[in-house]
Design a protein around this ligand. Structure first.
Ligand code: IPE
Ligand code: IPE
Ligand code: MG
Ligand code: MG
Length: 347
């Protein structure tokens, strides 16, 4: 098994995410073993889904991916005292980690369909390869398998946490469509969208981890949930910066992909405040990747990317600052490193 954590499949984007490798080193053998079990379980769930969708579901899940959300599940559980002793405790933890990654994968398949994206994790998207119907059905399958896995943990609180995140995701995607091509998206509204479509699943990851722990209290679940929410928010803000700044070799998708499909992200919002000609620019007039790339250059020239990055870093700093009070006694080291790795990805 190659765990793809911090080490994308050959030729894929983001090879060697240093921050995540550092976490695996610090986490030692036990962390590695749980992540490998998660990987095997994911593979088993998707390949066992039956034709005609299993191949697309399996290809999506095995194409790479940082496995950041399952890692959060596992680290949150460890920070909250670890799973109960015995094989079943760890089994429950792995199921929760798998369920979160399956929901994430489902949303990516649907997101790429909605966004009209051609590339994901360096490969053609399901929508591009197999069309709309198959992409809808593959995403649905991944969603349903996620909840089937989690149901086996027989804990309504876990199901509610994942269901809340899935509902938020759907609302976030709708909000994004509503605001597509809009000339006047407010920063607050943008942040709210990021909370819904990204931060909510990060929060669920840490909540699920805490809920599978032997002595994870509600207070720890809330605290870790709030930590993860901030990390998720910063992660999306930085992902949006990368869409404008990043070359395809790094991101696995063309530069300016968000702008091309009308998504108004923080860099553009801030650039519009700084440059009047950009304020008047209509995203709907963008015609092809070359023009999108030129718009990226104009946004970068305003200094908006630096400001967006700084805002995201401030959110990460806040998340880190709150950790010691949630997890006293130095139990937060690995989560601290996750926070760093989110920033590291964009250096
Ligand atoms: C991509 O998430 C979607 C966003 C929330 C920006 P990731 O960057 O975690 O995707 P993978 O799983 O590593 O491919
Ligand atoms: C993140 O949104 C996807 C979800 C949270 C569903 P993006 O549209 O920014 O993600 P990428 O850039 O396609 O990975
Ligand atoms: Mg997208
Ligand atoms: Mg993006």
């Amino acid at each position: 098994v190659t765990t793809t954590l911090g080490k994308r499949t050959a030729g894929g984007p983001e090879e060697g995410v240093d921050g995540l490798e550092a976490i695996m080193r610090h986490g030692g053998r036990r962390l590695r073993e749980v992540m490998v079990r998660t990987e095997l379980h994911l593979e088993r769930v998707t390949s066992g889904a039956g034709p005609p969708l299993a191949s697309h579901a399996n290809a999506t899940v095995t194409a790479g991916g940082k496995r950041l959300r399952p890692l959060l599940v596992v680290l949150a559980a460890e920070s909250a005292g670890g799973p109960p002793a015995g094989a079943d405790g760890e089994e429950r933890l792995v199921r929760a980690a798998v369920a979160v990654e399956l929901v994430h994968s489902a949303t990516l398949v649907h997101d790429d369909l909605i966004d009209g994206a051609q590339l994901r994790r360096g490969n053609p998207t399901v929508a591009a390869v197999a069309g709309r119907q198959i992409a809808v059905a593959t995403g649905d399958l991944l969603f349903s398998r996620a909840f089937a896995e989690l149901a086996r943990n027989e804990d309504a609180a876990q199901l509610c946490a994942l269901s809340d995140a899935s509902s938020a995701l759907a609302a976030g995607e709708l909000l994004q469509r509503e605001d597509a091509y809009a000339p006047d998206v407010a920063v607050e509204r943008y942040l709210h969208r990021c909370e819904l479509k990204t931060a909510a699943l990060f929060e669920a990851a840490c909540r699920l981890g805490a809920l599978t722990a032997a002595d994870g209290s509600a207070a720890v679940a809330d605290g870790l949930g709030a930590f993860a929410r901030r990390i998720g928010l910063a992660f999306q803000m930085l992902d949006d910066v990368l869409d404008v700044s990043g070359p395809v070799e790094r991101t696995g998708k063309a530069r300016g992909t968000d702008l091309l499909d009308g998504t108004v992200t923080l860099p553009l919002i801030l650039a519009r405040e700084r440059d009047r000609s950009l304020a008047a620019f209509d995203l709907a007039s963008l015609d092809g990747p070359r023009q999108a790339e030129a718009l990226c250059e104009r946004i970068a020239a305003t200094g908006a990317l630096d400001e967006a990055r700084e805002r995201a870093l401030a959110v990460v700093a806040k998340a880190k600052a709150a950790l010691p009070s949630i997890l006293p006694g130095g139990r937060s080291l690995l989560l601290d490193l996750v926070a760093d790795s989110v920033v590291e990805r964009y250096r």
